[in-house]
Design a binder for this molecule. Structure first.
Ligand code: OGA
Ligand code: ZN
Ligand code: ZN
Length: 392
């Protein structure tokens, strides 16, 4: 059917769709035509799309089809929908009456966002590789804790660049945990939910000594290494101890260009990673570079001190070490490596499955160096950004 009255988007009533993200300001519908196995919709902005009947029936947001409290789906799409519903436009929104009498109301803006072939406007920023002039985005501690805009800026930089700096924070024990809990629950590991990085007697980890740490990712010996690492600097006046970072995805792309064979070996050869102390023996087998189905970088696992002995056929071993050496040199080359000293009151946060981190050796006889760290799941960062993007 056709409704010739154009309803301006600002006056269109909003239909509740069991959805907390913003969809209210989408354009009104101007035409709806149910024909065969689909409904063809047109909007005031000129967009047009075909929606399969099954999809529309499955997305009915009435109280019987979607729980009004949890917003979760109750409808189970087990019956094929073959007969067309009656389609009516009212105030620029869509009402469908199905052959069995069930009525489904759809918000025009909600449908506009979900029209087939259309990617929804991304709230999560796409990853951007570090360019030659990359410098970390800085967010003031007061802005992060005091304003949604500050927290969003921090989240967006971390998701986009894989690293962000917070500065001018208090020199307070556990501040790192309080900041992390703004975003989500701390991700615990065998080093605790929150760990102290300083030179300690009887260390069970290279980070708890004063030695330099070459670029690495934390805990590649876990099946699911922590996604996001936060390191909060409380003291850093010993000589040395500067931080180093590299965009592992950018370095892996450089390796793919420079030596496709080395890239192939590191991405196709699972190797063993293993940590052992008196209580634990945690190991897993995975390649250094993991790719998605399209061959894009998904994850880097790189940590020389918890790399286990290679368990490969003898004729593959030299080629694996050669590929590893090439990737090591690329990561540590000035073109990929970022260096800066963390100041007390600064916190660096980075994507532990993309960005490698390390530090220069420090001399514990010249001063103190104390960082506090924790981890977060990426899901919690994305969730927080979606929540902060909801309509007020
Ligand atoms: C770590 C680590 C870096 C540093 O704790 O995992 O790499 O700067 N620390 O001490
Ligand atoms: Zn329904
Ligand atoms: Zn580390």
């Amino acid at each position: 059917m056709t409704d010739s009255t154009l309803t301006p988007p600002d006056t269109r009533p909003v239909i509740a769709m069991g959805e907390l993200s913003d969809y209210a300001d989408g354009p009104a519908l101007t035409d709806a035509l149910a024909s065969g196995a689909r409904v063809t919709l047109s909007w005031a902005d000129g967009a047009q799309a075909h929606f399969p009947l099954m999809w529309l029936r499955d997305n009915c947001a009435c109280e019987a089809c979607r729980h009004p409290g949890t917003r979760e789906r109750l409808h189970v799409p087990l019956s094929p929908v073959t007969a067309a519903p009656e389609a009516v436009l009212a105030d620029g929104n869509l009402t469908l009456t199905w052959p069995d009498g069930h009525v489904s109301a759809f918000d025009a803006g909600w449908l506009h966002q979900r029209r087939p072939g259309q990617e929804p406007t991304p709230i999560i920023p796409p990853r951007r590789p570090w360019a030659a002039d990359y410098a970390p985005q800085r967010v003031a501690h007061a802005d992060f804790v005091g304003s949604a805009a500050g927290e969003r800026a921090w989240l967006e930089a971390l998701l986009r660049d894989g690293l962000v700096l917070l500065e001018d924070g208090p020199l307070a024990d556990e501040e790192v945990s309080r900041l992390a809990e703004h975003i989500g629950p701390l991700r615990p590991t065998n080093f605790g939910a929150r760990f102290d990085v300083r030179s300690k007697p009887n260390p069970n980890n290279a980070a708890y000594t004063a030695i330099g740490l070459a670029l690495h990712t934390d805990l590649p010996n876990w099946r699911q290494p922590p996604d996001i690492q936060l390191l909060y600097c409380l003291e850093n006046d010993a000589e040395g101890g500067e931080s180093i970072f590299a965009d592992g995805f950018a370095a892996a792309e450089a390796l793919r260009q420079q030596s496709p064979e080395a890239f192939r070996i590191l991405s196709e050869t699972p190797i063993d990673f293993r940590f052992q102390d008196e209580e634990q023996d945690i190991g897993t087998r995975a390649p250094v570079l993991s790719l998605d189905h399209d061959g894009h970088m998904l994850e880097v696992r790189f940590n020389n001190w918890i790399r286990d002995s290679l368990c490969l056929p003898a004729h593959e071993i030299d080629a694996w070490y050669d590929a590893y050496r090439q990737f090591w040199h690329l990561l540590h080359s000035p073109q990929h490596q970022l260096d800066f000293a963390l100041a007390p009151g600064q916190m660096v946060a980075f994507d532990n499955r993309r960005v490698l981190h390390g530090r220069r050796a420090f001399d514990p006889n010249t001063g103190r160096r104390h960082l506090q760290g924790t981890y977060l799941d990426l899901d919690m960062l994305e969730s927080r950004l979606r929540v902060l993007s909801r309509p007020a």
